[in-house]
Design a protein around this ligand. Structure first.
Ligand code: HEM
Ligand code: HEM
Length: 233
């Protein structure tokens, strides 16, 4: 859909807080992954705390944010998910276009938010005691059994994140190349071009105040930062 034509209309799809959340999350996850490989554990921890703040924000935004950012909007029953998936190969533009996450993508979004949340929380209890001598801020508060389970989760769950992100990026590229739908541009600039007859669907989105989103995000960051500082004593 990259060439605008007379029978297409530009519509707003994603609010600023959702887009900020998405790309900040990508940067934080990549930083956490990269710094782990480079053994820059302090930066790894900061990237991890950022992921935690972003996830808490996104869960709250899933209840108070713009209508298409809410969980109630994009988490639908199994019937609709199956119907949608069956329509992917040959479905018409009208059948495949949603003014938000589609029924299959919606569940994938929840899975990814939970996976990166589990990674960040398990990191708080993870330790490395062979050459970095680093303890997550909550290690001191739990038994060594709990700490080693959390360590195991931290090491294992990252593989699920690789798989989910791989599938996610594959899906975005599949829509771009095969379906000729640029969903990526919409999560960057917020708008999308759709055939005029589908534009009405997007007119029903109720956008929440972006200022509210940014204030909430700052509060989440302060809560995580305060909690970590307090836990470290
Ligand atoms: C660490 C890597 C990534 C993670 C963890 C991730 C996670 C997510 C999440 C949680 C959402 C839902 C947004 C929301 O409702 O708040 C989302 C949406 C989206 N992401 Fe990513 N993402 C990653 C990388 C990427 C990349 C590299 C691309 C581009 C190729 C991309 C393209 C998209 C698109 C197009 C959407 C909107 C999907 C739709 O229209 O329903 N993501 N992503
Ligand atoms: C979502 C954010 C995070 C991601 C993506 C992430 C990713 C990773 C990865 C890929 C590893 C290497 C695992 C392996 O070698 O099998 C690792 C190790 C580690 N992470 Fe994280 N992490 C995150 C958050 C955190 C947080 C918040 C902390 C603590 C403040 C933390 C502390 C650690 C420690 C101590 C290790 C080393 C464990 C060891 O080598 O035994 N991580 N992390």
């Amino acid at each position: 859909m990259s060439t605008p034509s007379a029978d297409e209309k530009k519509v707003k799809l994603w609010d600023f807080p959702v887009r900020l959340f998405h790309w900040a999350l990508v940067i934080a996850i990549v930083t956490a992954w990269w710094t782990n490989r480079q053994v820059m554990i302090d930066i790894h921890a900061i990237a991890g705390y950022s992921v935690l703040a972003l996830v808490i924000f996104r869960i709250i935004w899933g209840f108070v944010g713009s209508s298409n950012a809410r969980f109630a909007d994009f988490l639908t029953g199994p019937k609709r998910v199956i119907n949608y998936v069956l329509k992917i190969p040959n479905g018409t533009m009208s059948e495949l276009t949603y003014a938000g996450h589609n029924p299959a993508g919606g569940w994938m979004v929840l899975v990814m938010i939970l996976l990166v949340g589990v990674q960040a929380v398990s990191g708080l209890f993870a330790s490395e005691d062979t050459f970095l001598f680093f303890d997550g801020p909550l290690v001191a508060y739990v038994s060594s059994d709990v700490a080693s389970i959390m360590n195991w989760i931290h090491h294992t769950n990252i593989n699920l994140i690789y798989a989910a992100v791989g599938l996610h990026v594959f899906a975005a590229l599949f829509y771009l190349v095969v379906k000729r739908e640029n969903l990526i541009r919409a999560i960057v600039i917020g708008t999308r071009r759709v055939p005029v007859e589908l534009a009405g669907r997007f007119a029903n989105i109720r956008f929440a105040s972006p200022v509210l989103g940014i204030v909430l995000l700052i509060i989440c960051a302060l809560v995580v930062w305060g909690g970590v500082t307090l836990a470290r004593g």
